[in-house]
Design a protein around this ligand. Sequence first.
Ligand code: C2O
Length: 549
Amino acid sequence: GITRHYKFNIVSTNVTRLCTTKSMVTVNGQFPGPRIVAREGDQLLVKVVNHVSSNVTIHWHGIRQLQTGWADGPSYVTQCPIQTNNTYVYNFTIRGQRGTLLWHAHFSWLRATVYGPIIILPPRNSSYPFPKPYKEFTILLGEWYNTDPEAIINQALQTGGAPNVSDAYTINGLPGPLYNCSANDTYKLTVKQGKTYLLRVINGAVDSDLFFTVANHNLTVVEADARYVQPFETDILLISAGQTTNVLLKTKPIYPNATFFILARPYSTSQGPIDNSTVAAILEYEIPSNFSKASSKPPIITPSLPQINDTNTAMSFATKFHRLVNSQFPANVPQKVDQQFFFTVGLGTSPCPQNQTCQGPNGTKFAASVNNISFVQPGRAILESYYFNQSNYGVYTTGFPRFPLTPFNYTGTPPNNTFVTNGTRVVVLPFNASVEVVLQDTSIFGTESHPLHLHGYDFYVVGQGFGNFDPYNDPKNFNLVDPVELNTVGVPAGGWVAIRFFADNPGAWFMHCHFDVHLSWGLSMVWIVLDGELPNQKLLPPPSDLPKC
Ligand code: C2O
């Protein structure tokens, strides 16, 4: 591979959407941010210079960061934030991954405006395991807030209530013609008849899983989270927050004399407020020279999308994914498990602090947790504290519970006490342990789907189902042959999902709900994976420019 240099200037930029102009934090003045393009095997050096008053970090979502956990990015987990006028160079090499990922800020809710695509091409002299597309397009889904998203979450955390929802969804930063005052901000994808295009679809939305469709065109799914999958056809995609899906789109063999809406709208089982609006882009065909133009404008064809809470469609779509497994892309699914975990994920409450009035349920404060522990962000980076053996600083404690402390009927009647316990607790794993985690949704405020993201790893999704996980019967149906390999998985609403991975990447790795609202409420935890014996099994030393707290 080669070394590629990028420079990210974090600046304030005026951006106008929906007739509202606001100053927001961007990379290099671009919204969405610039594309990172590299080949598998390349080294990336991204110099981030912070010119704004807010702190910032950048996370390379889905990049494995083998031995380079210092470049992963989540603030107070692998690094202290980059402060105003400071610089940090993210230095990492892409190994064993190809396809599409995303990068985004990982401080507070900054990723609402600070995010962009990562395109990983096959190494030179190597090709896709599917016919070479005529052309490639990136479809980056996101959200637009008329006001400052940082202010929204900070206010919500102070009042203990739910934050305001976004004002629009976006495709490549543009809300499209279905919103007021937005027709000029429509993304157009122009194609030729009779060709195959690769669409790299990324869900960079802050708090939403999204259904995605293109009118009158089937899509062939070929890759998810930078891993190839066994191709399958679909007319609707469901992309959880933080997930990426590459699809092939075959255009009509003959000019159709029509344009087609590309739509995205949320899949949500939330009981709380949600932006249930639709972003549209347009697929238009180049008019062939021999086409005799009719006088009227070609019609726009509108597709239909599932209902917002269509969990059955969501589940049946998720079960269509199988990893592509062959001699070139072998799978390494743990067949036996050394370390077993059962994590409840869900929302809860915490007592309202004194001298405060809280707008959460019954005057409490909203909280979210894993195994009833609501993550408290420390004041120093967990990885540094671990690496320098500063356990006495009280940055974190070990002993994160492997199982819920008090089991209950997770998808039935919720327990009386919905209060969570606060803490910064980690699980410590020996190098190369084979790990299984069952993630169980809980129904404390009604069942709700959560996109769970693990840093530093891809994991195999070996099983999923509705209701409470049955530890005796459900494992009998696990797929240990060709399960899909992801970095972000949707925990089904009112259900569970089982994942497995080998703990072969030393460091401190965040695992959290990729809805920023749930992350802010504490739906996260941290794994510390110890070094192995061999030199290439050890975390590298921190770079000299690692930011200080
Ligand atoms: Cu894409 Cu910790 O996040």
